[in-house]
Structures are given as C-alpha cells and as structure tokens.
Design a binder for this molecule. Structure first.
Ligand code: PLP
Length: 425
C-alpha cells in the first residue's frame, strides 16, 4: 500500500498532534451557522446523514473547475488526472478500513447498494433451498429486504438473533442459531436506532469457526471508529459516504479478494468488461468487475477529502468527543424528564440516543423540537421489526457528530421541556 497513506494506528490517533479545537472546527461546516425557525440550528440527526465540511465541497469544485473528465477511459490529460484522483480515493478508503489491497474496495452508491450487490451475487449464486441467512433483530431494512428477495428466489431461510430488553443481542440464542446450515451472517455493527455496538469480536470468530462468511453493515460504525477489516477477519463490509461527512450517492463495499474473484458480476455495462463479443463476454479485474458504467466521480473525490479531514483529527478523538456528548445528553435527559424512556441502554454504545417522552407521539415531539431549531429523527428509523419488538410506533432519536456542542444538548432539553408542557398532562 502507498507509503504516504495513514496506517491503522495513525487513523486512530490522527495526524495532527495539536489538541482539536472543537468549537473552531464548526466553522468548517457552514450549515451549522444557520438559523431554523428563528433559532440557531442544533443538528442532531447525524445518524441519518452527516453535514459536510467546506473541504469536501472545495475538492469537488476543484474537480469540476480544473480536471473533470470521465475516468479509466481517456488518454488525455484531464482523464488521466481524474483517474488518478479517483484511484487515490480508493487507496484512502482502503487505508481507512485497513484493507490489504485497494482492489478489494468496490465503489457503490451506498450501504443499500452494497448489500443488494451481495444479495444478487452471493445470494443468488450460493444459496440453496434450506440454507440459512442469519440476521439480527436490530437490522436496518437495507439488511433485511435484499436477503428476503434472495431467499424468495433461492429457497433459503432467514433466521434472526433476538434483541434483549436493554437493546443488546441475545448471544445465547446466537450461539444456538449459528449452525452448519448457516451460509451467511449478515449483521449491523452499530444499531442506527439503539446506538448499540454489537459484540463483533465475539460473533465474527464464532461464525468463522464454522466457515460461515460474515457481512458487516458498518453504516453507523464507519462515522465513529477506525475500522480494521483484517483484524476483524470479515468477508464483506459496507458503508455510505454521506454518513461519514462525505457526499451522498457514494459508498463502499469491501470484500475479500477470494470472494470477489469468485462472485459473478452484479451490473453489466462499460468498465466492468474485458472483451465483449455477442457470443460471450469476459470480465474486467477487480475492482472494475463490480463497477459498471460511469462511476460517481465527484463522490469519490469528495469522500477522499472527507477522509483526509478525519485522518487529521483521528477516529479515537472523534469517538471520545461523541461519547462525551452522547453520555451527557443521556444524563441530562434522565435528570430533566422522569417520564422519558430510553429505547436501547446497552453499555457498549455510540452517541445515538433513542427515547420516548411519556405517551407523546414521536412525530409530535419532533415537530415541536423543529420549531425550536432542533433537528432530530422521529419514526421507525427503517427498523420496523425492531420497533415491533419494543412495541413502539417509533422513537425520537438524537444522534451526535463530533461537531456538536454541549449547548446544543441544552437547547434540546429546553425544547423538550416545551414539548412536554404541550403534549403531556
Ligand atoms: N444500515 C444502517 C445501519 C443504516 O443506519 C442505514 C442508513 O440509515 C443504512 C443501512 C442504509 O444506508 P443508505 O441509505 O446510505 O444506503
């Protein structure tokens, strides 16, 4: 791998030895300066999508102003420069997740796209009637529905690891559900609804010991921690750039070369081919085999800038900052609202705080919070089976990024006090 790229330890520690000035860093995110409904914006919907620093937009602007052309195709200077920048992004992603080879990094449209790619390749080619796909009860719909579609076409069966009352996985059930019938463990690493960090250090080796391949949905892990796919020894990992302060419509599928070489292509078209004849087509080498058509060039360039930004701070500092905010938020909510009920109280968790305020409907709470400038998510968070498990229609979810502040927590508390007054007896 390119010697200039950070190694896994540098990703954790960050390249800048200076302490991070979190307040000052907010200036990199122009949107955080705006007002909403006459109040300063308190953006606490980061699990849905993160805000972008100007460095990401500037990198994309530079592409369009200075060297835009299609990639992988032209001999001319612009195409060469564009291709170099595009492939530099791949190297940065490989470094970010500590992939052994950058060719194992496939660019996708996002987490959903990556899982569908696997459902239509691994799923349709490797699953047989009676084979089991093991999911967990806290999956996002993106890691349920593609497998249901694959199961419907192959006769495979979906099994689900139950969720306990505190929002952790029932590991005893997991041990029992994992068997020689299991052909894939596909699970969320960090729950977008509960904030739970699942014990992948326990679960992945268990699966591997039975020869079961593992796909990790890292949509909510990638924004908060340094990822080491080699240490985890997972087969596949997916995430979306837009949750990691990068552009929308862009994402990553990591796969072990041994798998990616074996799997059939997903989409057909330009760039993914070696030779096309009407009689037969042969396919390109990795990663291009899985990247049909003109890719999201600006997405890759913007995401590379996002990763460079995070590499300076270091993911351990990102995690510590968010942890502090998340725990403070929980403490203040607990103190201020005796009628508040947290959904998800795992001890291993990220700064995602899901709750219900008495009998108040989450939408009503979210609506009032918005009037006070506080942006939170309300609803089922694309986890309807999990909401059914907790017998709730949805939750209010405040989710933090490193650029949030303690005063935004106070703003949330004050706005919730208003909501309580209006909605509860
Ligand atoms: N998985 C999890 C855990 C998520 O939180 C999300 C998005 O909220 C997704 C999958 C889907 O991501 P995307 O819509 O970017 O494809």
């Amino acid at each position: 791998m390119n010697a200039e790229l950070p190694d896994i330890l540098s990703w954790r520690k960050g390249s800048s030895a200076q302490p991070v000035d979190w307040e000052k860093l907010r200036n990199d995110f122009p949107i955080l300066q705006r007002q909403v409904n006459g109040h300063p914006l308190a953006y606490l919907d980061n699990a849905a999508s993160a805000q972008k620093p100007w460095q990401v937009k500037e990198a994309e602007q530079a592409l369009y102003d200075q060297y835009y052309a299609n990639v992988h195709r032209g001999v001319h200077t612009l195409s060469q420069e564009g291709t170099n920048a595009f492939e530099e992004a791949r190297a940065w992603v490989a470094s970010f997740i500590n992939a052994p080879e950058k060719e194992e990094v496939i660019f996708t449209k996002g987490t959903t796209d990556g899982i569908n790619l696997l459902a239509y390749t691994f799923g349709l080619d490797y699953l047989k009637p009676g084979d089991e796909i093991l999911l967990t009860g806290m999956e996002h719909h993106a890691n349920i529905v593609p497998w249901q579609l694959a199961a419907r076409r192959t006769g495979a069966v979906i099994k689900v690891v139950p969720v306990l009352d505190n929002g952790t996985l029932d590991l005893e059930s997991f041990d029992k559900l994992l068997s020689e019938k299991t052909k894939l463990l596909s699970m969320v690493w960090v729950s977008n609804s509960l904030g739970t960090i699942n014990p992948v250090d326990y679960m992945v080796p268990k699966a591997k010991s039975l020869g079961v391949p593992v796909l990790l949905d890292a949509a909510q892990a990638a924004p908060h921690m340094a990822i080491d796919v080699q240490a985890l020894d997972i087969d596949f990992l997916v995430f979306s750039a837009h949750k990691v302060i990068g552009p929308t419509g862009f994402g990553v599928l990591y796969g072990k070369r041994s798998w990616l070489d074996m799997l059939p292509p997903f989409m057909g078209g330009g760039d993914m081919i070696d030779q096309v004849r009407f009689e037969e087509t042969t396919f390109n080498a990795l990663p291009h085999k899985f990247e049909a058509g003109t890719p999201h060039i600006s997405g890759a360039i913007g995401f590379c800038a996002a990763l460079k930004y995070l590499a300076q701070i270091g993911m351990d500092r990102v995690a510590a900052r968010e942890q502090e905010l998340g725990e403070l938020c929980r403490t203040k909510l607990r103190e201020a609202f005796p009628k508040l009920r947290f959904i998800g109280e795992a001890t291993e968790r990220v700064a995602v705080v899901s709750f219900l305020l008495g009998e108040a409907h989450p939408y009503d709470v979210g609506f009032i919070l918005d009037k006070e400038g506080v942006a939170v998510r309300t609803g089922h968070h694309c986890c309807q089976p999990l909401m059914d498990r907790f017998r709730v229609p949805g939750t209010v979810r405040a989710s933090f990024a490193f650029y949030n502040t303690k005063s935004e927590i106070d703003q949330l508390i004050a706005a919730l006090a208003k909501a309580q007054k209006m909605l509860l007896p």
